[in-house]
Design a protein around this ligand. Structure first.
Ligand SMILES: *[C@@H]1O[C@H](CO)[C@@H](O)[C@H](O)[C@H]1NC(C)=O
Ligand SMILES: *[C@@H]1O[C@H](CO)[C@@H](O)[C@H](O)[C@H]1NC(C)=O
Ligand SMILES: *[C@@H]1O[C@H](CO)[C@@H](O)[C@H](O)[C@H]1NC(C)=O
Ligand SMILES: *[C@@H]1O[C@H](CO)[C@@H](O)[C@H](O)[C@H]1NC(C)=O
Ligand SMILES: *[C@@H]1O[C@H](CO)[C@@H](O)[C@H](O)[C@H]1NC(C)=O
Ligand SMILES: *[C@@H]1O[C@H](CO)[C@@H](O)[C@H](O)[C@H]1NC(C)=O
Ligand SMILES: *[C@@H]1O[C@H](CO)[C@@H](O)[C@H](O)[C@H]1NC(C)=O
Length: 658
């Protein structure tokens, strides 16, 4: 009954919105972000410059032809950079109004912060103390989803959405004739439901940067908006949005004819030349059908949900279409990596050697030469890898494809330029390169990537070998998790979550995993907790040893926490520019993640909230798990204690559970 009521309310809202979005209504506030990390003092030059900048943006909202404008105010060190971007379809009049209102609004909302972004439905206004012109920024970002779930075939919807978004992305990035970097498109989901989509980049980006920004925004859809009727991903340099009702001006000439997407070739798309009355009629029809559907689904929903939940998480096997496009020729790979010359070798990971290479298209890649045989047949192996290529998120290293040539197997990844996290946080020469804001951003990035792996409804991947050397950093020092999903392929006896062989690295393994071989999302959460503590302290858990008190890093942090001096564990190279609250909160979350009892550890969804919202109050952590034997007392039962295996970086791959 409550659900029926909610549906009716939604329908009314839906009708209201469908009408109101056509008028020249007042600009609508969506979201904003004031960067808390750097701030200025009130009445400073910087603040005066922000005011000048904002009024300059407002006054230039007339002169922009493509709805975008960039300018600066003041001079170094108080220089402020600012831009506005209007949605591609809004009139010049509405654009001006929106920029004016948004500029006033952000000045009011971000009182002392050096960086601010405000998103309205019709425009985005932002400023920063760092150059933001012609540079891609993917943070700070916002995800918004409607609360209503999609009615009908969810997988079909996801496929349609993904292909529509991709075709719009290609259009905006590589075929932008208007100079606006803006495109919208409509596609029929069912006979009565139409999907409306929009993508936009700031026009100052190059084709490739626009593509990259949109790609990462689109990759966030499964995380923010999976199965929802509407969603938005708002990044400073680009934004995307979709809904089942029109939210932009439908305009025959502006409507995009979508090319037929290749995988789901049954979906139909086309140019819409409909006039407003017809749209209203269609909307009314959609509304009516939604009510009926909702009624029908009320009954079916519970059953369906039960069924869905019953699918065992490791058993997702499906035939993947479009497999051919993921297969690379051996010759292509050999040419790209210079015949695996030692000059091209950039590392050696748990599953084999890694080479840097360049495809003829100019794209840089990293090729992993697999040293292990999978225990799966070629077909399953291919399917598994094809599924991994579908995992796309800005905090995951993207698997582009693979090559199977007899016994030789290669994985082709996007190339991530800045090496791995361990090269920074544990290297006294480079620790200073990571100040607190960077470290915090890295923690948040790992957190989001891991959340995506855990919660992605189709695969639900437990990483099992999360560690600093598996976190790569891109040119903007964004964290990207690598080697995910490989444990699924290379571990035998996968029929149960209780595996006989263990892939994992000493120092990061949860006790229940190390000792009983039980892995779960909670064992990844444990490893994540260790990573947080390592990032903050600049010390390895596996080799940290305080000779005075004979403690490992976890116990050491725990002791400081209980003594009320958690910040003492901080890497002195972080310097003095950090928020004490933020660091303390991260340590707090880290300690919650490494609690001995897996059921007490938070899920990643909770961890994200804990790290990103100060309004979430955190429980007190309980005693953490401890690895290193304190003297002799903590040896696990039986002869071979973990202390004796403490060869720091060695991946433990064969350890019989007791
Ligand atoms: C960050 O913002 C929140 C909420 O606006 C505020 O409570 C907190 O004190 C701020 N932190 C810093 C370091 O300014
Ligand atoms: C800033 O200026 C306003 C008005 O000029 C004044 O009321 C306020 O006290 C000043 N604040 C500081 C911190 O100087
Ligand atoms: C913008 O243009 C309109 C008409 O073209 C004009 O009336 C208005 O004064 C202009 N506004 C600014 C701030 O220049
Ligand atoms: C806008 O950005 C470009 C670089 O993308 C820069 O060359 C130009 O000077 C900027 N315009 C203003 C008014 O600052
Ligand atoms: C439709 O869009 C085109 C290009 O964006 C524009 O020139 C035209 O005036 C618009 N038509 C209407 C009716 O808004
Ligand atoms: C759709 O795909 C099937 C095979 O997947 C193919 O036989 C058929 O010709 C395709 N239809 C169209 C219209 O491309
Ligand atoms: C989409 O659906 C509408 C309404 O049912 C219909 O008029 C239109 O022809 C459909 N478009 C395509 C390309 O099938």
């Amino acid at each position: 009954m409550a659900s029926l009521f909610a549906n009716v309310v939604f329908v009314l809202l839906f009708i209201f919105l469908s009408f109101s979005s056509h008028g020249e209504a007042a600009p609508t506030y969506t979201s904003h972000y004031c960067d808390n990390i750097t701030s200025f003092t009130p009445n400073s030059t910087y603040q005066a410059n922000i005011r000048t900048l904002l009024s300059s943006l407002s006054s230039h909202s007339n002169s922009s032809t493509n709805g975008f404008y960039n300018t600066t105010a003041g001079r170094d060190p108080d220089l402020v950079y600012g831009t506005f971007l209007c949605r591609g379809d809004v009139s010049a009049h509405l654009c001006r109004k929106c920029v004016e209102i948004a500029s006033n609004d952000i000045a009011r909302r971000c009182v002392t912060e050096k960086l601010g972004v405000i998103w309205y439905d019709e425009c985005t206004v932002r400023y920063s103390d760092q150059n933001i012109f012609s540079i891609i920024r993917e943070v700070p970002g916002m995800d918004i989803s409607s609360s209503e779930s999609i009615q009908g075939d969810k997988d079909g919807f996801n496929q349609l959405l993904s292909s529509v978004m991709k075709s719009l992305m290609n259009r905006v990035a590589y075929d932008d004739q208007s100079g606006k970097r803006f495109a919208t498109g409509e596609a029929n989901f069912t006979r009565l439901q139409t999907l409306y989509s929009l993508v936009q980049c700031t026009p100052d980006l190059t084709d490739a940067l626009c593509f990259r920004c949109l790609q990462s925004a689109i990759a966030s859809i499964p995380m923010c908006c999976d199965g929802k009727q509407g969603g938005r991903v708002l990044l400073p340099s680009c934004n995307i949005r979709y809904d089942m009702s029109p939210f932009y001006r439908l305009n025959g000439t502006a409507a995009v004819v979508l090319p037929s997407p290749s995988p789901p070739n049954s979906t139909k798309q086309g140019k819409r030349m409909t006039s407003l009355p017809i749209i209203v009629a269609i909307v009314a029809l959609v509304v009516a059908s939604l009510v009926l559907l909702a009624l029908g689904l009320l009954v079916l929903r519970k059953k369906a949900r039960k069924k869905y939940n019953a699918v065992p998480e490791e058993n997702v096997v499906e035939d993947v279409e479009g497999l051919e496009s993921l297969l690379f020729d051996l010759s292509t790979i050999e040419a790209a990596v210079n015949n695996f010359s030692s000059d091209n070798k950039i590392g050696e990971g748990g599953f084999g050697e890694v080479y840097k290479g360049k495809l003829c298209s100019g794209q840089e890649i990293a090729v992993k030469k697999l040293s292990k045989n999978s225990n799966q047949g070629t077909k399953e192996f291919k399917n598994e890898l094809a599924l991994l290529t579908k995992l796309q998120h800005r905090n995951l290293v993207r698997l582009l494809g693979f090559c199977l040539d007899g016994e030789e197997k290669f994985l082709v990844y996007e190339f991530v330029p800045n090496k791995s996290l361990d090269c920074f946080i544990f290297d006294p020469e480079r620790q200073g390169e990571l100040d607190w804001s960077r470290r915090f951003k890295i923690i948040q990035g790992i957190c989001r990537g891991l959340l995506y792996l855990h919660e992605d409804s189709r695969l639900r991947i437990v990483h099992r070998d999360l560690k600093a050397s598996n976190i790569l950093l891109d040119e903007d020092m964004n964290a990207k998790i690598s080697d995910f999903g490989l444990a699924r392929i290379f571990v035998v006896d996968q029929t149960q979550t209780n595996t006989r062989r263990i892939v994992g690295t000493y120092g990061y393994m949860a006790p229940e995993y190390a000792m009983q071989g039980q892995f779960s999302m909670k064992s990844d959460v444990f490893s994540f907790g260790v990573l947080i503590l390592e990032i903050i302290s600049g010390k390895k858990n596996s080799s940290f040893y305080d000779s005075e008190s004979a403690e490992d890093l976890i116990s050491h942090s725990w002791k400081l926490w209980r003594e009320g001096t958690p910040l003492e564990m901080m890497d002195p190279n972080i310097g003095t520019n950090y928020s004490r609250n933020e660091v303390a909160r991260c340590i707090h979350v880290g300690l919650l993640c490494v609690q001995e009892d897996p059921t007490k550890r938070p899920m990643m969804t909770t961890v994200v909230l804990m790290l990103e919202s100060y309004s979430v109050s955190l429980p007190q952590p309980q005693s953490p798990a401890s690895f290193l034997c304190r003297g002799n007392e903590l040896s696990p039962q039986g002869g071979k204690g973990l202390g004796e295996l403490s060869n720091n970086e060695v991946s433990i791959t064969e350890l019989e559970p007791r």
